[in-house]
Ligand binder design. Structure first.
Ligand code: ASP
Length: 441
């Protein structure tokens, strides 16, 4: 059994968190490949090491003495190293950083030291070997991963170890050997790459939340975590605005068919959220609810075209109008006499009006524009097995006097989309969450 476990910044924010990581790693001999972020915030007003490193480089760039800032960063690591009582030459490590900076090392180098030091310290603390991302992860100049070269290097480097390693996340190197950073939060990607390259049985992503939540916690208080979610459902939720694990950070494992398990370092007993292509035993016994998640996105525009017996040709001509003007259509929904086109947020008002006029002329129907519409997505792979979901939605929203402007079901029965006025968006998410999580829903 090979598990790749990635620990985020909050899981390594101080010595207490490091101790939790150690006990998690030691509780399962399968956890052999550990990927780490730089220490994150210890409390809400605290600074992440990565942010401090960016700031430190800004000092250098603008000719301000950067040493006090580097000292502050060193102090954070010092506290950790001292309390963990490990042998680690922090002074030496910072001396090397200073020397490299004096030689003109770039921002990417300095910022990458957050993860680098975090991994060196974790390796020492766990008694694992350190494998540098600089020698194993290769990035193109556009930030993309050079997959083949990277996977080969990871396999080779791993084969030379005894099998238990710690790797810094978030960076790699360019063809010329210079360090390059991924986008913020990139350690998730490093973890996924190592899991895919080493054909891990599972990729565990340890963080400080109970998993992917059923709804946005800023709208719904303490929403339930989702026990199991498919990659397709995750994509629907992310696309419709849910701020969950970004698709790019699971892509390598998704392609390799490796499941991802989001876990909470502060509650290691909890199962967290399991993401997979599909679930063999999808008998819904583990999942309390038929709905996987609910999310909402504001500020859409809907164009309704009303005409008796709208022909397919007319509909395709209408679509052509959008295509020819390069306007992205988010969704379409069609009935016998009405055809609705949902446009992404931020489409220019003037173009919408001129398009509406053109469509009216073309179809001979009447066109209505509704702005300020929110789209709420109720996502669930189990809709296929369950009747009455839209009935429940209509009932719940009706009882709460929320006017439904549009309802549409995706072709794969993975989601139901509901259009409501922007001012009803949050309330709709809450009302739907409440009704779907009620017993038996
Ligand atoms: N430390 C980096 C950041 O703060 C990368 C990561 O945590 O994944 O974005």
């Amino acid at each position: 059994m090979l598990k790749v476990a990635k620990f985020g910044g909050s899981s390594l924010a101080d010595e207490k968190q490091f101790a939790k990581v150690k006990s998690i790693v030691e509780s399962d001999p399968g956890r052999k490949v550990i990927v780490v972020s730089a220490p994150g915030k210890r409390f809400s007003k605290d600074n992440k090491i990565t942010d401090l490193l960016y700031l430190c480089y800004a000092h250098i760039k603008y000719g301000v003495d950067h040493r006090p800032m580097l000292e502050t960063i060193k102090d954070r690591y010092r506290e950790i190293v001292d309390s963990l009582k490990i042998e680690f030459d922090l002074e030496g490590a910072f001396r090397v950083i200073e020397e490299d900076l004096a030689k003109g090392a770039p921002e990417s180098y300095l910022v990458s030291r957050g993860e680098y030091l975090s991994a060196r310290i974790t390796a020492e603390y766990l008694g694992f070997e350190f494998v540098d991302a600089k020698d194993t992860v290769f990035l193109g100049y556009d930030g993309s991963i050079e997959t083949e070269k990277t996977y080969e290097a990871i396999r080779l480097a791993y084969s030379k170890t005894k099998g238990c390693i710690v790797v810094p996340g978030f960076f790699g190197s360019l063809d010329d050997g210079e360090i390059a950073l991924m986008s913020r939060g990139g350690s998730d990607i490093t973890g996924a790459i190592f899991a895919a390259a080493l054909d891990a049985d599972i990729y565990e992503n340890w963080t400080d939340v109970p998993g992917i939540l059923m709804a946005d916690p800023s709208i719904v208080k303490d929403p339930y975590p989702i026990p199991k979610i498919t990659y397709d459902e995750l994509r629907e939720l992310t696309y419709m605005g849910a701020k969950v694990l970004h698709e790019a950070s699971v892509y390598p494992v998704k392609v390799a068919g490796i499941p991802v398990n989001i876990r909470n370092t502060n509650d290691p007993e909890a199962a967290g959220t399991l993401i997979d292509e599909s679930f063999e035993d999808d008998d819904m016994k583990d999942d309390k609810f038929y709905i996987t998640g609910i999310t909402g996105k504001k500020h859409y525009t809907i164009i309704d075209v009303k005409k008796d017996n709208l022909s397919l040709e007319a509909i395709s001509a209408v679509m052509q109008v959008f295509v020819s003007r390069g306007i992205k259509v988010e969704q379409v929904s069609s009935g016998l006499d009405v055809f609705s086109v949902i446009l992404e947020n931020g489409v220019n008002k003037q173009s919408v009006y001129s398009i509406a006029a053109e469509i009216e002329k073309m179809t001979g129907g009447s066109v209505k524009i509704s702005e300020g519409i929110s789209m709420i997505a109720c996502v669930s792979r189990r809709m296929v097995f369950r009747s009455g979901i839209s009935g429940l939605i209509f009932g719940a929203l009706g009882e709460n006097n929320i006017n439904i402007r549009l309802i549409s079901q995706g072709a794969r029965e993975l989601n139901i989309l509901i259009g409501v006025a922007d001012e009803d968006c949050d309330r709709t998410v809450q009302v739907l969450y409440d009704s779907f999580t009620k017993k038996g829903a």
